[in-house]
Design a protein around this ligand. Structure first.
Ligand SMILES: Nc1ncnc2c1ncn2[C@@H]1O[C@H](COP(=O)(O)OP(=O)(O)OP(=O)(O)O)[C@@H](O)[C@H]1O
Length: 293
């Protein structure tokens, strides 16, 4: 990274399991004193305000120190600015960090500042809410809505919740418009992917290219317990496309309607309920700091 690229680190003190690490000390150890400032978030949503202000104040790089929720909040504050996003992963999912090959340990991610490059990626919106990795409705939206009320976070409670709720979830029907086609379908999951994974190396769209100007849409029409085993295996081995239970489309834009209100998520965070979903991609609209190849 060029030496004149001053960085604002935005730390979410509530995220992740690496709370025992003193992140501020690590940053001070890894980087020259005059090359950065550090702020901590004080409430949910604060990171977006801090990032936007950081870009206004002339920081060339704004680093999200947290999990996928923090990355989403910081990145949305940087849209339309001249500042680039860096990620210091501190969550459990780390979907965008994994897609961009950013090291998952804080010290290694900080080392990246000495050997990195700028690159542009696509960004997306679902009903106007920016997302950078995945968004969707159906079972994943349903899980996000329950997880949002859960006191416990992390992968283990997420998996426990999925197992508990699988048989309770009632899939619906959706009408989908994409690439000038219009079709009605049963819908267990409809996921819109910019990056290839949800996080935790669960690859919902293994073919997704984050710079191709296209959304990868994954439709799972219905899912019995037996098919769920095959899909889960496919998610973890990048083979969901050959599981026989998921269909894929590439498109710049997609609209879907459901009869009932359905919960939906953006980057794993519950957004709300809707019965009409409009998803769009904005090609190469965010600059990110990635490992130099
Ligand atoms: N100071 C704060 N106090 C309370 N909540 C906060 C604060 N700062 C950020 N948040 C909220 O914390 C939530 C969780 O953050 P984040 O996703 O980064 O961590 P995580 O849940 O540990 O990671 P992952 O989603 O990867 O498991 C976000 O929705 C964010 O809005």
């Amino acid at each position: 990274m060029p030496h004149f690229a001053k960085t604002l680190f935005i730390i979410n003190p509530k995220s992740g399991r690496q709370n025992k690490l003193n992140i501020q000390d690590l940053i001070r150890k890894h980087l020259p004193e005059d090359s950065f400032d550090i702020v901590e978030t004080e409430f949910a949503g604060h990171a977006t305000e801090l990032a936007r202000q950081g870009a206004k104040d002339g920081f060339r790089v704004v680093a999200a120190v947290g999990g996928d929720g923090t990355v989403n909040e910081v990145a949305r504050g940087l849209l339309g600015t001249r500042a680039a996003l860096a990620i210091i992963p501190k969550g459990s999912g780390n979907g965008l960090a994994r897609h961009l090959n950013i090291p998952l340990e804080v010290p290694a991610a900080l080392d990246l500042f000495h050997n990195s490059t700028f690159s542009r990626i696509d960004t997306c919106t679902i009903n106007g809410h920016p997302f950078f990795c995945t968004a969707g409705f159906g079972f994943d939206g349903y899980i996000s809505s329950i997880f949002a009320r859960n006191a416990r976070r992390g992968l283990r409670s997420y998996v426990e919740l999925i197992l508990k709720e699988f048989t309770k979830f009632k899939p619906g029907k959706a009408t989908v418009q994409l690439n000038h086609e219009n079709f009605e379908t049963d819908c267990f999951v409809l996921t819109f992917a910019n990056a290839s994974q949800y996080g935790n190396n669960a690859y919902i769209a293994p073919m997704a290219d984050i710079r191709d100007g296209l959304l990868d849409v994954c439709l799972i029409r219905e899912l019995s317990l037996q098919k769920a085993m095959a899909v889960s295996y496919g998610l973890l081995t990048k083979k969901i496309a050959t599981s026989g239970h998921a269909e894929f489309f590439k498109t710049q834009e997609i609209t879907a309607q459901t009869k009932e209100q359905m919960p939906f998520h953006a980057d794993g965070e519950y957004v709300g309920e809707a019965c009409e979903f409009h998803v769009q991609i904005k090609p190469l609209s965010l600059e990110v700091l990635i490992p130099a190849s």
